[in-house]
Structure formats: C-alpha cells, structure tokens
Design a protein around this ligand. Structure first.
Ligand SMILES: [Zn+2]
Length: 111
C-alpha cells in the first residue's frame, strides 16, 4: 500500500540521519530511547508501547492507529542496530528527564 510505503521511507530516513538515540544510564543500565522528530525530541518506550508525540496520544490511544512513526523508527533501529548510543551517568537522570519533558511540553504548548 502507498501509505505503508511512505511510512517505511520516513523510518528509513530517520535511521539514515541518525535520529534514533539510545540513552544508556550507568551504572544502573537503565535505558531510554528517543527519536528526533519533525517537532522535536520524542520519548519512546517501545515495550509499553508509548510515545510522547501528538499522533500517539490522539491516534493510538484514541484507537485510530496502532503505532506512530517514532515507535516504528525505534523498532527498526533495534532490528538494524542503527542508532546513536549515548552513555549518561545515573546522577544526570533527573536532569535528562527534565530537559526531555520540557521539550515535549513545548511541542504541545505550541499547538
Ligand atoms: Zn511518536
């Protein structure tokens, strides 16, 4: 299908541009994935599944679609081992979450 084809093209571009990031906290080993989307950073929890983008909130939680482009991108990145790995100290966890949620709030606020 055409839309599915376009979607995989977008995912491919996200991977090629290195916009999937795996943040690994040390020494706990806790991991957070994010994708730099068109509006800013999106926090993605693939196992949940969960994403902070508007499409996920209104489309997926509203039962209209099954996934968003960021979830698809993280899944593809894991499969193809194509992501940027960042190691962060556990001590910086709170600050990291603060910056990420601030970025997410800014996107919703601007709508
Ligand atoms: Zn998303």
């Amino acid at each position: 299908m055409d839309s599915a084809h376009n979607k995989s093209k977008v995912v491919e571009r996200i991977l090629n541009e290195g916009r999937v990031k795996r943040h690994k906290f040390l020494p706990s080993g806790r991991e957070i994935w994010s994708v730099v989307g068109s509006l800013g950073d999106q926090f993605v929890a693939e196992g949940q599944p969960f994403c902070t983008c508007g499409h996920f909130h209104f489309g997926v939680l509203g039962g209209k679609t099954e996934s968003c482009i960021h979830l698809d991108a993280v899944r593809a990145a894991k499969r193809e081992h194509s992501y940027e790995m960042l190691e962060i100290e556990d001590a910086d966890y709170g600050r990291f979450l603060f910056l990420l949620t601030r970025s997410v709030h800014a996107q919703f606020g601007s709508k």
